[in-house]
Design a protein around this ligand. Structure first.
Ligand code: PLP
Length: 452
């Protein structure tokens, strides 16, 4: 930090503070983790200075031999770890991975067949009239994914996101009674809507998915099954999700982030079956420019870590800890979306505490518990204030927490929420944002979290 200090001391100071914050609070954001020193150090190297547009062995710049080594190793570790025929390590983030996957599917399913009809090798050979036809076809495709308030991600067809604008989209939710994914409903929607792409995966759904069933539905309607395992990739890597719960053998394309439960650097990754490999491999120039070679190097290191036996122990503990946290909430009378968990996520419905998600999130932060507010299915408070708080166990499991510590976390959270009252607006009405924390709660909980 002294090197940074000499150039921009405020950045050095912010970095110090970030370390202190991350070490002194209870990090329960389901999408966060603590990467190893090997992963963090690998990101701060000279690979950051190198341009390498293209793909391994086929670059648009000279001098990429070392980047080739790095990218090939990241892909090799990913293929071995997940048992995938093909892996692509270039996407800069989860959204990039999904965009790359969308355009690879469009290239494979729409552009390729039309080029053949036109007798052209690539789009540069098309006449203007042919190009207009192709552009119309590309813009005329359908996507079916899980809705945001059921736990899906923005990129799964949410209207304000590019996925909801570039495709005609429809979304599936969960069963109104059980809040569980209803495969019959997905099948009925798919039959009616006939999507080109069926997406499975989630950001806030606290249950596992049967990917064999999702593939069956995709096959029935001729859709490409794309699984976004950004959240649970660590549980797949650690063999907690196996058989029908492992998406990789069933999906045509699987996308993920590398920084959540997988515990790597911030970034994206794509796995694919052979038939999609060549279109994904054209991520650059399709969607991407120069890859972040230093991050691809860190992905290779993280994936090598995830291939060790100790990662399986970690992944199992992540799932066990989520159960301990859920049980801790339930025994203290709290209400959980779907009534529990069987992955790394616990979604607490805070309406029974008389709070919005926003109030609960802020009160917990005051008490040193870092979470994020989240919609619950059919949320009456909408996506901004919400009625839920999402908890995840990957980060604190990395810090060594087990059953007893997570039970204590549940106790702290319930203590804070029971002692929080909604505040009032300036006009004196009931606010969805402000809150009042009961006397002594912050001190009590900070002291407890410092002990852990
Ligand atoms: N897909 C899912 C399921 C996610 O939960 C997220 C991030 O929260 C993403 C994609 C996007 O990842 P990123 O933030 O790296 O773009």
């Amino acid at each position: 930090l002294s090197v940074i200090e000499s150039v921009e001391p405020r950045i050095a100071e912010a970095t110090r503070k970030e370390l202190a914050d991350q070490r002194s609070s209870l990090k329960l954001i389901a999408s966060e983790n603590y990467a190893s020193p090997a992963v963090l150090l690998t990101m701060g190297t000279w690979f950051s200075d190198k341009y390498a547009e293209g793909t391994v062995g086929h670059r648009f710049y000279a001098g990429c031999q070392n980047v080739d080594t790095v990218e090939a190793l990241a892909a090799e570790h990913a293929r071995e770890l997940f048992g995938a025929p093909y892996a692509y390590a270039q996407p800069h983030s989860g959204i990039d991975a999904n965009l790359t996957a969308f355009w690879s599917i469009l290239a494979h399913r729409v552009e390729g067949p039309w080029l053949e009809k036109f007798g052209a090798k690539n789009v540069n050979e098309l006449t203007e009239a042919d190009w207009e036809t192709l552009r119309g076809e590309l813009g005329n495709q359908r996507l079916l994914g899980m809705s945001l308030d059921a736990g899906g991600h923005l990129t799964h067809g949410f209207r304000p996101n590019i996925s909801g604008k570039m495709f005609y989209q429809q979304q599936y939710g969960t069963d109104p009674e059980t809040q569980l994914l209803d495969y019959d409903l997905v099948r009925a929607k798919a039959r009616e809507f006939q999507p080109l792409i069926l997406i499975a995966g989630y950001s806030a759904y606290p249950r596992r998915i049967n990917f064999a069933k999702m593939r069956e539905i995709a096959d029935e309607v001729g859709a490409t099954l794309m699984v976004d395992m950004a959240h649970f990739a660590g549980l797949v890597a650690g063999k907690v999700f196996t058989g029908d719960e492992d998406p990789v053998p069933f999906a045509h394309i699987t996308t993920t982030t590398t920084h959540k439960s997988l515990r790597g650097p911030r970034g994206g990754l794509i796995l694919a079956q052979e038939e999609y490999a060549s279109s994904v491999d054209r991520g650059c120039p399709l969607v991407l420019g120069g890859p972040l070679s230093h991050v691809m190097a860190a992905k290779a290191v993280a994936l090598a870590e995830a291939r060790q036996d100790s990662f399986r122990t970690y992944a199992q503990q992540v799932a066990d800890n989520a159960k301990s946290l859920a049980d801790g909430f339930l025994t203290r009378g709290a209400k959980l979306v779907t009534g529990g968990t069987d992955n790394h996520i616990v979604l607490l419905d805070v309406t029974s505490f008389g709070l919005t998600g926003r109030q609960a999130e802020s009160a917990l932060l005051d008490a040193g518990v870092v979470t994020n507010r989240n919609s619950v299915p059919n949320d009456p408070n909408g996506a901004w204030y919400t009625s839920g708080v999402r908890f995840g166990t990957p980060a604190l499991t990395t810090r060594g927490f087990g059953h007893d510590e997570f039970d204590k976390v549940a106790e702290l959270v319930v203590d804070v929420l029971k002692n929080t009252r909604p505040g009032s607006t300036k006009a004196g009405g009931a606010s969805k944002a402000t809150y009042e924390l009961g006397d002594g709660v912050a001190d009590r909980t900070h002291a407890a979290s410092a002990e852990m």
